[in-house]
Design a protein around this ligand. Structure first.
Ligand code: GDP
Length: 364
């Protein structure tokens, strides 16, 4: 399963956010008896309000959302890339993640110590990003000599690798993340094995106090400015609010959120945005038993998508009866959608689209 690593300086609210994620997942765990929860890895459901609509159309007995993983990566501090604290170990944990959710402290609270003694999101982001960049630089430098030797010997793969590493090195030297380069698929493929941290898609989670949840604040604007320059997304979240929501009944939640002038605490938006950042897309199946969301990678073909349900289905794929979610909802039923010619019969080459509702025909 693809996973996103939650990073940030100490005391910015990472664990509070992670615990809220996990608490929600635990509350839902009754539906997922196979779901194990490790101390720093949380499997969360991806909120998708389309499922409720779909369950009504399909008269489905239950709703099954799709899931993704978050990893709480504590302990990143200044000097981590030099092995300060358990720095290298934490950085290695991030390497195995597919995307990064960078939590930034945008709340003031004098009772909660800031490791740098003041609230300054720009400085905080720079500290973390510098550690990530230094770690990448060390990786690139370790590798570059070897690829230089290979390139000299005339190895075409080594030449591409070397040229790409040199580009990355130049960007890092200028203080830019590797993801700011427009690398081609070939170039990305040549250095994929290095799992560079600054190449990972990143989202900034601006952690604000409950009073700023609806409006944001000046700190958030500074985070936005950085994110814009990096073409990264910013989600406003309140770890505090989310940790309080966990304790409340559905009705109390509603009242609490209303009193804050918001419809949610930011966690749902964060999960959704991260899911997209990972290049993940959702298609649905619907029937009397369940309305269910399935995760695919953007660009997957119909047989590959069928393989997500059961590996046998990929080989046994015959065709996919497909209707767009909006078309199905507009017509009100599968039968009505069929009558209007909105249900298509797609073959092996079909690339599944976000929100497709599919019935697979297989020989399995
Ligand atoms: P981590 O070190 O980044 O994992 O930070 P924690 O999640 O342990 O949070 C550090 C402290 O800040 C805890 O006492 C939290 O209760 C508190 N905290 C987290 N988020 C907020 C917030 O949005 N507002 C306020 N006032 N306190 C928060």
């Amino acid at each position: 399963m693809l996973k996103a690593g939650i990073v940030g300086l100490p005391n910015v609210g990472k664990s509070t956010l992670f615990n809220a994620l996990v608490a929600n997942a635990k509350a839902e765990a009754a539906n997922f008896p196979f779901c194990t929860i490790e101390p720093n890895v949380g499997t969360v459901t991806v909120p998708d309000e389309r499922l409720e609509v779909l369950a009504k159309v399909g008269n489905s007995a239950q709703i099954v959302p799709t899931r993704m993983e978050f990893v709480d990566i504590a302990g990143l501090v200044k000097g981590a890339s030099k092995g300060e604290g358990l720095g290298n170990q934490f950085l290695a944990n991030i390497r195995t993640c597919n995307a990064i959710a960078h939590v930034v402290r945008c709340f003031e609270d004098e009772n909660i110590l800031h490791v740098e003694n003041s609230i300054d999101p720009v400085r905080d982001i720079e500290i973390i990003n510098l550690e990530l960049a230094l770690s990448d630089l060390a990786q690139v430098d370790r590798r570059i000599d070897r690829s230089r030797k290979g390139a000299r010997a005339g190895d075409a793969d080594a030449k591409l690798e070397l040229a790409t590493l040199e580009k990355v090195r130049e960007a890092l030297d200028l203080g830019k993340p590797a993801r700011s380069l427009d690398l081609s698929d070939e170039e990305l493929g040549a250095i994929e094995f290095l799992q560079l941290l600054t190449l990972k898609p990143t989202i900034y989670a601006a952690n604000v106090s409950e009073s700023d949840l609806a409006t944001g604040n000046a700190f958030v604007e500074r985070v936005r400015a950085i994110a814009e320059a990096e073409k990264a997304e910013v989600i406003i979240v309140s770890a505090q609010v989310e940790s309080e929501l966990v304790e409340l009944s559905a009705e109390e939640r509603q009242d609490f959120l209303e009193s804050l002038g918001v419809s949610e605490g930011g966690l749902k938006s964060l999960i959704r945005a991260t899911y997209h950042l990972l290049g993940l897309r959702t298609y649905f199946t619907v029937g009397p038993k369940e309305a269910r969301a399935w995760t695919i990678h953007a660009g997957m073909s119909a047989p590959q998508a069928a393989g997500v349900i059961h590996s046998d289905f990929e080989r046994a794929f015959i065709r996919a009866e497909t209707v767009a979610f909006d078309d199905l909802v507009a017509t009100g039923s599968m039968t009505a959608a069929k009558e209007k010619g909105l249900v298509r019969s797609e073959g092996k080459e079909y690339i599944v689209k976000e929100g497709d509702v599919i019935l697979f025909r297989t020989s399995a």
